[in-house]
Unconditional design. Structure first.
Length: 117
């Protein structure tokens, strides 16, 4: 897998924490705090892995998942949310998500999930 990861997370502090953590673990990380910015990054880059927050200010992570999967069908997707809703998890898996993680997230556990994909 190429090591370029897209993180879409509207919590700026949490987003920066994940970006720095994954960068220190030899991943090239780009991040966005909303769907519009994520779409712009997706137009200019190819991501083999995306970590998407479900609830964003302008759309849901499922909408970004669908766009990324249509552009790069082999991309791996991890959907995260602080709302451990089983319906959201089921929708995410049906749309092609490879993993669903509820917040709060331990960065080391996230890295384990990434390494298994």
């Amino acid at each position: 897998m190429n090591k370029k990861i897209l993180i879409v997370e509207d919590d700026v502090v949490f987003c920066r924490l994940l970006t720095k953590f994954l960068s220190r673990n030899n991943y090239e990380v780009m991040d966005a705090q909303n769907g519009k910015d994520a779409f712009e990054l997706m137009e200019m880059n190819e991501f083999k892995l995306a970590i998407l927050d479900y609830r964003l200010p302008d759309m849901t992570g499922l909408e970004i998942l669908e766009k990324l999967k249509s552009k790069s069908p082999g991309s791996k997707i991890i959907l995260i949310t602080r709302y451990g809703d089983q319906d959201i998890a089921n929708q995410a898996i049906e749309k092609g998500a490879d993993a669903f993680i509820s917040k709060p997230i331990n960065p080391n556990e996230l890295l384990e999930v990434i390494n298994k994909l």
